[in-house]
Design a protein around this ligand. Sequence first.
Ligand code: NAD
Ligand code: ZN
Length: 277
Amino acid sequence: METSRLRSLLDRLHKGTGTIAVLTGAGISAESGIPTFRGPEGYWTVGSTEYRPEQMATHFMFRQDPWEVWSWYLYRRAVCLRAEPNVGHKSIVTMESTLADRMRLITQNVDGLHLRTGNTQERTFQIHGNLHFMRCAHSCSTEIFPIPPSVGLKKRNESVTDEEKSLLVCPRCGSLARPHVLWFDETYNEQHFRADSSLRWAHQADLLLVVGTSGATNLPMQMGEIFSRRPEAIFLDVNPHPNPFREMAEAHPNGLALKGTACEILPVIAELLVTRP
Ligand code: NAD
Ligand code: ZN
C-alpha cells in the first residue's frame, strides 16, 4: 500500500474542519460473509430459471411474483442477521467517533451492518434502504416498519409460509407489504433514501472515500463524478479489483487507488485520521 502518499493526502485535510464522505458498497460486507451481487451466490433459481439480482430486485418482479421476491429477501436477511461486523465496519465507526459531524456515511448496503456496528442513524444515509424493514406496497403511508420477528430466517429457495404471508402486511391498511429497499427500476428520493442529502454532501465534503463499490448504480456514480470535477478535493478508492471509482481516483490530481480489501485498508485510514483529526 502507498502509505506515504495516503499520509500526505490526509495531511491536506484541514485539522479540525476537514469533512469526509464515506461511500460503501457490498464489498465492505464481503469479509463478513455476505455475498456481493457479482458472485454465484447472487443468483436465484425460480423453477428451472436462473435470475440475476438485477432481475430479482425489481418492482416488475415483485408485481409478477411477490412471494418469490420476499423469499429471496428473507433468505438474504437471514444471511445478514447471522453475519458479524468486520474491522472495516469498525474502522468506519472509529472515523465517525473522531470526526462526528464532519463525516457522512453513504451506503448502498441493505444489510444494516453499519448501524449495528455503531454508526449513527443521523449521519448514515442508507441510499438503497434496509432489508430488515418493510413498508406498504400500496404506499398508503410512507412509514417503515421492522419485519416482524416471528417471520422466519429462510434457507436458500425456501418458500414463504401462509402464516408469514399474514405477517408481511402493512400494519396501517392490511394490504401487502414490500421490502424497504430501492429496486433497480425505481428512482431515488430524499424521504426514504436521503438522495438529496447525499448529493449535497458530495458537493461540499473535502474527501471522498469509496469502499467496495462496483459502480453499477446511479447515485454513487454521480457522487464520483461530482468529486472528479472538484480538483481541490481528495478521492480515495478501496477495492481489490478494477472498478470505475479506481479509474476516477487514478485520474484525480489528489486521488489514490488503494488496491486491497476493506479489512486490510480501512484500519490504516482510520488510524491516520484519528492521529491527525
Ligand atoms: P457489487 O456486488 O456490484 O460490487 C461489489 C464490489 O466490491 C466490487 O467492485 C468488488 O470488487 C468489491 N469487493 C469485493 N470484495 C471486497 C473486499 N473484501 N473489500 C473491498 N471491496 C471488495 O455491489 P455494489 O457496488 O454495492 O452495488 C450493487 C447493489 O448491490 C447495491 O444496490 C446494493 O444494495 C446491493 N447489495 C448489497 C449487499 C449488502 O447489503 N451487503 C450485498 C449484495 C448486494
Ligand atoms: Zn398500507
